[in-house]
Design a protein around this ligand. Structure first.
Ligand code: AMP
Ligand code: ZN
Ligand code: FE
Ligand code: FE
Length: 283
């Protein structure tokens, strides 16, 4: 049995493999009735997503985004739900982030050439399509070129944070991103926090900046891990949310849309907060 809500998904507008329309049809068929499209550093899939969602009157689409940030030694991803995605200043900032993704991807492709594992830039471009380019697109080019067998192996051997072809992104801190999301009336949630060091300290700081939620129900998180994160969310005063982070490229971590044990109650709390802040009109 899947969950009624899935607050974290990706489409072809970033590194997912399904179009927003295909994604919503799949989620709907899995019983999802509240979904957020949360592509990396872009909201450009939202017009298509809203059009697709409108075909199912009882289906609620929450406008969302996932933004990457860095802390010393690791990466923190922040989801923004209910953002005012039509804000022009916000879009200008996202354009800058997407340009920096492009420059970084070029550098990673150069590194791969130096490592004797060349991929054609045109192939990366083609996998990215009109979406925000990311490491999964380079991973797919590596698979296609026969340098690795799977996307996972591409990350393990070359593209992970400690891999030889990894190039750092332009740095935004988690606090800066939380503030950016708040400035467009978004409700910020920290994504997949299980493996972060000093999590409690980070959450305390981000909560003061406006963080409202934490992903607790996520992919392969075990019941014990869920319980630990849920207790921490309670302690800090964050809503325990979750999502599948569906990308559609398979792999053993991947879950289908809605295939996470996210209860209705925290989702209702998120919706109530959105209503309180006047953001519910954006669904
Ligand atoms: P980027 O946004 O370019 O830094 O790429 C990050 C994305 O790569 C994540 O959102 C995941 O979709 C994907 N990713 C990260 N690590 C792995 C991995 N080990 N295997 C497969 N995909 C991964
Ligand atoms: Zn991704
Ligand atoms: Fe993420
Ligand atoms: Fe994600």
């Amino acid at each position: 049995m899947g969950s009624r809500a899935d607050l974290h998904t990706h489409s072809t507008f970033s590194d997912g493999v399904l179009t927003p329309t295909e994604l919503i049809e799949l989620a709907y068929n899995h019983g999802v009735r509240v979904m957020s499209l949360s592509d990396h550093d872009t909201t450009q899939g939202l017009p298509e997503a809203f059009a697709a969602a409108a075909r199912h009157p009882e289906f609620m689409l929450i406008p969302g985004i996932e933004m990457s940030t860095d802390i010393p030694g690791s990466e923190v991803h922040i989801l923004g739900h209910f953002i005012d995605w039509k804000d022009e200043r916000f879009e200008r900032e996202l354009v800058i982030l997407r340009k920096s993704r492009l420059g970084r991807a070029h550098k990673m492709v150069e590194r791969l050439t130096e490592l004797g594992k060349p991929v054609a830039w045109e192939r990366v471009e083609s996998f990215a399509g009109e979406g925000a380019v990311g490491r999964p697109h380079i991973a797919r080019a590596l698979v296609e070129a026969g340098h690795v067998a799977t996307v996972s192996e591409a990350f393990d051997l070359y593209l992970s944070r400690t891999g030889p072809a990894y190039v750092e992104r332009e740095r935004l801190t988690p606090i800066e991103v939380v503030e950016m999301l708040i400035s467009v009336e978004g409700l910020p949630t920290i994504a997949h926090p299980r493996d972060l060091d000093n999590l409690e300290e980070l959450l305390t700081k981000l909560k003061a900046a406006g963080l409202v939620g934490m992903e607790v129900y996520y992919q392969d998180y075990t019941p014990d891990e869920v319980e630990r994160l849920r207790a921490l969310a309670d302690k800090i005063g964050l809503i325990p949310l979750g999502g599948s982070d569906y990308h559609g490229f398979g792999g053993h971590h991947q879950r289908e849309p809605g295939d996470i044990p996210l209860p209705d109650e925290p989702v209702e709390r998120l919706l109530a907060l959105a209503r309180e802040r006047g953001a519910l009109e954006r669904v």
